[in-house]
Write a protein that binds this ligand. Structure first.
Ligand SMILES: [Zn+2]
Length: 75
């Protein structure tokens, strides 16, 4: 167990690969992209998402990870 914790601490970038195993805050967000003709700028707007955003502190530093269900470039 100590070995696993060490590897998590040493490679926080891999947290997104192995799943949200660290304590943190998971929030759902809807966003607009930068394409003016996209549906997210229509009336009524259809925002992109939901995106899951996970925020925590690793080694005293704030860490944010996003997981997209669909990419705006594929719309
Ligand atoms: Zn868009």
């Amino acid at each position: 167990m100590a070995r696993v914790l060490y590897r998590l601490t040493a490679a926080p970038a891999r947290i997104a690969d192995i799943g949200y195993v660290m304590p943190g805050t998971l929030t759902q967000r809807h966003t607009r992209c930068g394409t003016p003709t996209c549906r997210c700028h229509a009336d009524p707007p259809q925002l992109h998402g939901p995106y899951w955003q996970w925020t925590s502190k690793v080694n005293g530093k704030a860490v944010t990870r996003r997981q997209a269900k669909h990419k705006p470039t594929q719309v």
